[in-house]
Design a protein around this ligand. Structure first.
Ligand code: A2P
Length: 274
């Protein structure tokens, strides 16, 4: 299993979790059962993925007590605003079939709507009432986080952003670290693109007798990031969790980080993707 990191809320989070996009209500169930069997204890979903019901089914099929699992979901942009955010969490809990989530995120800032500050104030109440143990955001830039810092009371426990060696998000990581916000990497493997064939990563895979995906995930771990790779394949699920028994040298982490910017800028937070 993955080591635990402590969030600013005081709760712990497994440093490696299972991403579930784009699995469906049907396809996610056996993946969760297999992942939990392998030792995964952290599952990441969202209203927008359309698979919360399947995630709930998968969790119940595992037979583990609820408190042994860390479950994250995300409030869709269409649910932003005070009353709608309350309805959003209540609908998500209904689909997941659970009394609380471990982490509730604002999925996208949707800055053009300018509702993320009032949504966040509702999140503070949602956390106080116990429906979410920790609250955070996703796809937020420093400017959005600054507004929360200046206009609300609780600092987000997590900012979940697209982050991999091609899109290393140095500024965002620095902001998060300065303010005690944990950074989670979505699509940590670069969605299976050319990243895993980069020569620097292939060479390290040979040196450590690991796969290229394991080298990339270890890079996230060395940087103190939380990573949520998705795989629907048992062998790849297993290797993605098996990244805690070797270390990269400092210079090797830096060599991987040097890939930053070589493949475009990633999705912008004004764009609503996954
Ligand atoms: P699959 O589900 O067939 O394993 P990300 O989490 O960065 O978005 O990447 C997910 C993509 O990477 C999926 O297409 C997934 O395919 C693939 N993937 C996941 N784990 C591995 C791995 N260990 N090696 C190669 N590809 C992987």
């Amino acid at each position: 299993t993955a080591p635990l990191l402590t969030l600013s809320s005081g709760h712990t989070i497994p440093q490696l979790g299972l991403g579930t996009w784009p699995l469906t209500d049907e396809s996610v169930v056996p993946v969760i059962v297999a992942a939990v069997e392998l030792g995964y204890r952290h599952i990441d979903t969202a209203f927008k993925y359309g698979n919360e019901t399947g995630v709930g089914d998968g969790v119940r099929s595992c037979g583990l007590p609820r408190d042994q699992l860390f479950i994250t979901t995300k409030l869709d942009g269409t649910y932003q605003g005070d009353d709608r955010a309350l309805r959003g969490i209540s609908d998500s809990l209904g689909r997941l079939g659970t009394d609380y989530v471990d982490l509730l995120l604002i999925h996208w800032p949707c800055p053009e709507e300018d509702l993320f500050v009032s949504t966040w104030k509702t999140f503070e109440h949602i956390m106080a009432s116990g429906l979410a143990r920790s609250i955070g955001v996703s796809n937020f830039k420093a400017s959005h986080l600054e507004r929360l810092r200046q206009e609300t009371d609780v600092i987000p426990a997590v900012n979940q952003i697209q982050l991999n060696p091609y899109i290393a998000r140095i500024e965002e990581r620095r902001y998060d670290a300065t303010h005690g916000i944990a950074t989670t990497s979505w699509s940590p493997l670069g969605q299976g693109n050319s990243l895993l064939a980069e020569s620097v990563i292939v060479a390290l895979a040979e040196k450590y007798h690991k796969t290229t995906a394991q080298i990339v995930l270890r890079w996230h771990v060395e940087l103190g990031l939380i990573a949520i790779p998705k795989s629907a394949n048992v062998g790849r699920l297993q290797q993605n969790l098996d990244v805690f028994e070797f270390v990269l040298e400092f210079a090797e982490v830096a060599a991987i980080s040097a890939l930053d910017g070589s493949q475009g800028a990633g999705v912008d937070s004004d764009f609503e993707g996954h």
